[in-house]
Ligand binder design. Structure first.
Ligand code: GLN
Length: 253
Protein backbone atom coordinates (compact mmCIF):
# COMPACT_ATOMS: atom_id res chain seq x y z
CA UNK A 1 0.00 0.00 0.00
CA UNK A 2 2.79 2.40 1.04
CA UNK A 3 4.51 1.60 -2.26
CA UNK A 4 1.37 2.51 -4.23
CA UNK A 5 0.97 5.80 -2.34
CA UNK A 6 4.64 6.59 -2.95
CA UNK A 7 4.25 5.86 -6.67
CA UNK A 8 1.09 7.98 -6.77
CA UNK A 9 2.81 10.88 -5.02
CA UNK A 10 5.81 10.60 -7.34
CA UNK A 11 3.50 10.68 -10.36
CA UNK A 12 1.67 13.75 -9.00
CA UNK A 13 5.00 15.44 -8.29
CA UNK A 14 6.26 14.69 -11.82
CA UNK A 15 3.06 16.02 -13.38
CA UNK A 16 3.26 19.18 -11.26
CA UNK A 17 6.87 19.75 -12.27
CA UNK A 18 6.14 19.10 -15.94
CA UNK A 19 3.06 21.34 -15.87
CA UNK A 20 5.19 23.98 -14.22
CA UNK A 21 7.78 23.66 -16.97
CA UNK A 22 5.07 23.98 -19.58
CA UNK A 23 3.79 27.15 -18.00
CA UNK A 24 7.24 28.63 -17.77
CA UNK A 25 8.00 27.81 -21.38
CA UNK A 26 4.75 29.46 -22.47
CA UNK A 27 5.43 32.51 -20.35
CA UNK A 28 8.91 32.82 -21.78
CA UNK A 29 7.67 32.71 -25.34
CA UNK A 30 4.84 35.12 -24.51
CA UNK A 31 6.90 37.61 -22.56
CA UNK A 32 9.89 37.63 -24.82
CA UNK A 33 8.50 37.03 -28.25
CA UNK A 34 11.44 37.28 -30.63
CA UNK A 35 11.41 39.56 -33.63
CA UNK A 36 13.95 38.42 -36.22
CA UNK A 37 15.23 41.48 -38.08
CA UNK A 38 17.37 41.28 -41.20
CA UNK A 39 20.01 43.86 -42.03
CA UNK A 40 23.16 44.21 -44.10
CA UNK A 41 25.88 45.48 -41.79
CA UNK A 42 27.90 47.18 -44.57
CA UNK A 43 26.27 50.60 -44.52
CA UNK A 44 27.72 52.93 -41.89
CA UNK A 45 26.47 54.80 -39.88
CA UNK A 46 23.14 52.94 -40.23
CA UNK A 47 24.58 49.43 -39.86
CA UNK A 48 28.08 48.04 -39.55
CA UNK A 49 29.84 45.27 -37.66
CA UNK A 50 30.78 46.58 -34.21
CA UNK A 51 33.96 45.85 -32.28
CA UNK A 52 32.27 42.83 -30.67
CA UNK A 53 31.54 41.31 -34.11
CA UNK A 54 27.81 42.04 -33.83
CA UNK A 55 25.76 44.38 -36.07
CA UNK A 56 25.59 47.91 -34.64
CA UNK A 57 24.60 51.35 -35.90
CA UNK A 58 21.64 53.73 -36.00
CA UNK A 59 19.19 51.26 -37.55
CA UNK A 60 20.13 48.51 -35.10
CA UNK A 61 19.68 50.80 -32.10
CA UNK A 62 16.40 52.09 -33.59
CA UNK A 63 14.90 48.65 -34.18
CA UNK A 64 15.92 47.55 -30.66
CA UNK A 65 14.13 50.62 -29.24
CA UNK A 66 11.10 49.80 -31.41
CA UNK A 67 11.20 46.17 -30.24
CA UNK A 68 11.26 47.32 -26.64
CA UNK A 69 8.10 49.40 -27.18
CA UNK A 70 6.48 46.34 -28.78
CA UNK A 71 7.55 44.14 -25.85
CA UNK A 72 9.58 41.94 -28.17
CA UNK A 73 13.18 40.83 -28.11
CA UNK A 74 15.05 41.80 -31.29
CA UNK A 75 17.40 39.30 -32.88
CA UNK A 76 19.44 40.75 -35.77
CA UNK A 77 20.42 38.61 -38.77
CA UNK A 78 23.21 39.98 -40.97
CA UNK A 79 22.61 39.06 -44.62
CA UNK A 80 23.15 40.34 -48.16
CA UNK A 81 21.18 43.50 -48.95
CA UNK A 82 19.87 41.98 -52.15
CA UNK A 83 18.21 39.05 -50.32
CA UNK A 84 16.45 41.05 -47.57
CA UNK A 85 13.13 41.79 -49.30
CA UNK A 86 12.65 38.19 -50.48
CA UNK A 87 13.42 36.84 -46.97
CA UNK A 88 10.68 38.82 -45.20
CA UNK A 89 8.00 36.49 -43.92
CA UNK A 90 10.27 33.44 -44.17
CA UNK A 91 13.80 33.81 -42.74
CA UNK A 92 13.13 37.21 -41.13
CA UNK A 93 10.14 39.12 -39.75
CA UNK A 94 11.33 42.59 -40.76
CA UNK A 95 14.25 44.32 -42.46
CA UNK A 96 15.96 47.54 -41.46
CA UNK A 97 18.87 48.44 -43.72
CA UNK A 98 18.74 52.09 -44.75
CA UNK A 99 16.19 50.74 -47.19
CA UNK A 100 14.61 53.24 -49.54
CA UNK A 101 10.86 53.06 -50.06
CA UNK A 102 10.54 52.05 -53.66
CA UNK A 103 7.49 51.00 -55.68
CA UNK A 104 9.03 47.73 -56.90
CA UNK A 105 9.89 46.61 -53.36
CA UNK A 106 6.44 47.76 -52.20
CA UNK A 107 4.93 45.08 -54.46
CA UNK A 108 6.23 42.42 -52.06
CA UNK A 109 6.52 44.21 -48.70
CA UNK A 110 4.67 46.85 -46.69
CA UNK A 111 6.88 49.75 -45.67
CA UNK A 112 6.55 51.40 -42.27
CA UNK A 113 6.34 55.18 -41.99
CA UNK A 114 9.55 56.87 -43.19
CA UNK A 115 12.21 57.51 -40.60
CA UNK A 116 15.03 59.20 -42.56
CA UNK A 117 15.53 61.32 -45.68
CA UNK A 118 18.51 60.47 -47.87
CA UNK A 119 19.83 61.12 -51.36
CA UNK A 120 22.32 59.31 -53.59
CA UNK A 121 25.83 60.80 -53.63
CA UNK A 122 28.56 60.24 -56.20
CA UNK A 123 32.04 59.31 -54.97
CA UNK A 124 34.83 60.07 -57.45
CA UNK A 125 38.65 60.20 -57.35
CA UNK A 126 39.86 63.36 -55.62
CA UNK A 127 41.14 64.90 -58.89
CA UNK A 128 38.11 63.89 -61.00
CA UNK A 129 36.27 66.51 -63.04
CA UNK A 130 32.98 64.59 -62.95
CA UNK A 131 30.33 67.10 -61.84
CA UNK A 132 27.09 66.49 -63.78
CA UNK A 133 24.97 63.58 -64.94
CA UNK A 134 26.35 64.00 -68.49
CA UNK A 135 29.87 63.43 -67.13
CA UNK A 136 28.74 59.99 -65.87
CA UNK A 137 27.54 58.83 -69.30
CA UNK A 138 29.51 55.92 -70.78
CA UNK A 139 31.47 55.53 -67.53
CA UNK A 140 32.05 52.43 -65.40
CA UNK A 141 30.13 52.90 -62.19
CA UNK A 142 30.35 50.86 -58.99
CA UNK A 143 27.33 50.28 -56.75
CA UNK A 144 26.09 47.86 -54.12
CA UNK A 145 23.99 45.06 -55.61
CA UNK A 146 20.24 45.66 -55.56
CA UNK A 147 20.42 49.21 -54.22
CA UNK A 148 18.86 52.41 -55.50
CA UNK A 149 22.43 53.55 -56.27
CA UNK A 150 22.71 50.60 -58.68
CA UNK A 151 19.34 51.46 -60.29
CA UNK A 152 20.46 55.08 -60.77
CA UNK A 153 23.77 53.98 -62.31
CA UNK A 154 21.91 51.68 -64.74
CA UNK A 155 19.62 54.56 -65.81
CA UNK A 156 22.50 56.73 -67.04
CA UNK A 157 23.22 56.37 -70.78
CA UNK A 158 26.01 54.01 -71.81
CA UNK A 159 27.21 53.06 -68.33
CA UNK A 160 28.81 49.76 -67.37
CA UNK A 161 27.68 48.98 -63.84
CA UNK A 162 29.92 46.89 -61.61
CA UNK A 163 28.11 45.56 -58.54
CA UNK A 164 29.40 44.56 -55.12
CA UNK A 165 27.90 42.85 -52.06
CA UNK A 166 29.92 45.18 -49.85
CA UNK A 167 29.87 48.90 -50.59
CA UNK A 168 33.40 49.32 -49.26
CA UNK A 169 34.65 47.04 -52.08
CA UNK A 170 33.20 49.48 -54.63
CA UNK A 171 35.12 52.31 -52.94
CA UNK A 172 38.31 50.22 -52.98
CA UNK A 173 37.84 49.59 -56.71
CA UNK A 174 37.38 53.34 -57.23
CA UNK A 175 40.70 53.96 -55.48
CA UNK A 176 42.32 51.21 -57.59
CA UNK A 177 40.94 52.78 -60.78
CA UNK A 178 38.67 49.85 -61.71
CA UNK A 179 35.57 52.07 -61.69
CA UNK A 180 35.18 55.79 -62.47
CA UNK A 181 32.57 56.61 -59.83
CA UNK A 182 30.50 55.00 -57.07
CA UNK A 183 26.85 55.86 -56.47
CA UNK A 184 25.77 55.35 -52.87
CA UNK A 185 23.60 57.03 -50.22
CA UNK A 186 24.81 60.30 -48.69
CA UNK A 187 25.74 59.20 -45.14
CA UNK A 188 27.71 56.05 -46.07
CA UNK A 189 29.39 58.08 -48.86
CA UNK A 190 30.57 60.57 -46.25
CA UNK A 191 31.79 57.81 -43.93
CA UNK A 192 33.76 56.09 -46.73
CA UNK A 193 35.26 59.38 -47.96
CA UNK A 194 36.33 60.24 -44.41
CA UNK A 195 38.34 56.96 -44.42
CA UNK A 196 40.19 57.83 -47.65
CA UNK A 197 40.20 61.67 -47.73
CA UNK A 198 43.36 61.88 -49.88
CA UNK A 199 41.98 59.59 -52.58
CA UNK A 200 38.27 60.29 -53.04
CA UNK A 201 35.60 62.98 -52.65
CA UNK A 202 31.80 62.82 -52.41
CA UNK A 203 29.54 65.00 -54.55
CA UNK A 204 25.98 65.86 -53.52
CA UNK A 205 23.48 64.00 -55.68
CA UNK A 206 21.42 67.17 -56.12
CA UNK A 207 24.13 68.15 -58.62
CA UNK A 208 23.17 65.04 -60.60
CA UNK A 209 19.44 65.75 -60.25
CA UNK A 210 18.96 62.80 -57.89
CA UNK A 211 15.71 63.11 -55.92
CA UNK A 212 15.47 62.62 -52.14
CA UNK A 213 14.80 59.07 -50.93
CA UNK A 214 13.13 57.94 -47.72
CA UNK A 215 14.16 55.06 -45.49
CA UNK A 216 11.55 52.80 -43.90
CA UNK A 217 11.32 49.40 -42.23
CA UNK A 218 10.21 46.61 -44.55
CA UNK A 219 7.40 44.48 -43.07
CA UNK A 220 5.41 41.50 -44.37
CA UNK A 221 2.69 42.50 -46.79
CA UNK A 222 -0.83 42.87 -45.38
CA UNK A 223 0.26 41.97 -41.83
CA UNK A 224 -0.54 43.53 -38.47
CA UNK A 225 3.19 43.95 -37.92
CA UNK A 226 3.46 47.17 -39.93
CA UNK A 227 0.83 48.81 -37.70
CA UNK A 228 2.64 47.68 -34.53
CA UNK A 229 5.96 48.94 -35.94
CA UNK A 230 4.45 52.33 -36.85
CA UNK A 231 2.94 52.72 -33.39
CA UNK A 232 6.28 51.89 -31.74
CA UNK A 233 8.20 54.16 -34.17
CA UNK A 234 5.86 57.05 -33.29
CA UNK A 235 6.46 56.40 -29.58
CA UNK A 236 10.23 56.29 -30.06
CA UNK A 237 10.03 59.65 -31.87
CA UNK A 238 7.67 61.11 -29.27
CA UNK A 239 9.79 60.28 -26.21
CA UNK A 240 13.05 61.68 -27.64
CA UNK A 241 14.78 58.31 -28.18
CA UNK A 242 14.88 58.82 -31.95
CA UNK A 243 16.62 62.22 -31.75
CA UNK A 244 19.07 60.87 -29.18
CA UNK A 245 19.99 58.03 -31.57
CA UNK A 246 20.42 60.47 -34.48
CA UNK A 247 22.78 62.53 -32.30
CA UNK A 248 24.68 59.43 -31.18
CA UNK A 249 25.08 57.64 -34.51
CA UNK A 250 24.63 60.23 -37.26
CA UNK A 251 25.41 63.49 -35.50
CA UNK A 252 23.17 65.94 -37.32
CA UNK A 253 19.57 67.27 -37.47
N1 GLN B 1 19.06 53.16 -49.68
C1 GLN B 1 19.59 52.25 -50.62
C2 GLN B 1 18.55 51.27 -51.05
O1 GLN B 1 17.55 51.13 -50.41
C3 GLN B 1 20.84 51.52 -50.12
C4 GLN B 1 20.61 50.66 -48.91
C5 GLN B 1 21.82 49.82 -48.49
O2 GLN B 1 22.78 49.66 -49.22
N2 GLN B 1 21.80 49.29 -47.31
O3 GLN B 1 18.69 50.61 -52.05
Amino acid sequence: MKKIIAMFLTAVLCMTVLAGCGNDAQKTSQNKEVLIVGTNAEFPPFEYVGDDGQPDGFDIALIKAIGEKMGKEVQVENMEFDSLVASIGSKIDLAIAGMTVDPDRAKSVDFSDNYYEAVQYVIVPIDSEIATIADLENKTIGAQLGTTGMFKAEDIAGTTVTTYNKAVDAVNDLINGRVDAVIIDKNPAEVFVSKFPDDVKAIDGAQFEFEPEYYAIACPKDSELVKEVNKALAEVKEDGTFDALVAEYIGEE
